[in-house]
Design a protein. Sequence first.
Length: 291
Amino acid sequence: MALTDRVPYQALIDRPKLVLPGGKKLAVWIILNVEEWRIENPMPRTVLSPPMGQPLLPDVPNWAWHEYGMRAGFWRQLKALTDRNVPTTLAINGNVCTSYPRVAEAAREAGFEFMGHGFLQGPMHKLDNQGDAIKRAVDTIAKFAGKAPRSWESPGLTETEDTLDLLRLNGIEYVADWVIDDLPQDIATPHGTITTIPYTVETNDIVVHALHHMPSEQFLRRSIDQFDRLFLEGDENARVMAISIHPYITGVPHRIKYLEQLLDYVIGHDDVALMTASEIGDWYRGQMVKA
């Protein structure tokens, strides 16, 4: 069966009526992505072109671009989220628990939900043994956080035809790679059902700033526009909105205030359910049993 055939088409207008906790109109989840970029490897993403068109290793400036996020940007975002008591999903490379324990410890102390995000940052297609890498990520996070992750976001949202099956085999119930709808959807695997959680390639600071090169305030503007429309549609049926952030993007000094303003805008609405990945997944599965 082709991979897309495993995710049958569903029209949003045909989805059953779903009721969010407390009768809210819109579920919003915040995904804070923390990653390990190895300086000896080509960088997953770059901000500076190589001098005279000649790629060099080690790629110090582009590695440092990301490293700044782990050393400085993360702490601005952590403060913005914890000051507002915003439930947060931490998409974490498993090895970050070892390589950046200060970051992982702060997230654990803040009560963030740990979501698997690969073992090291890099596409799933390039792994020599994808199953082993997934297991190492799950086991490392479980040991550090005290419980195994139930949710997963592949680095760069990359998957092979085997990824969903391997994720479910390793205990993952919810996956954020399939940005296909504003509501979750179930996918069958030989090891049980895995459920998509609506993620985003639009209200995602990587896309807005690192790929589309938009001004600092545009992440705020785009996210508010997205929120307003989904909130309006929530009058008819529940909706889910993801806001994806990275320490080296919206954690920098000239962008952090726009993230803070966005969080204030979201929490300023009474009919919003602030949730984590597994909370959304559990809610959806509970609703589908009733549907």
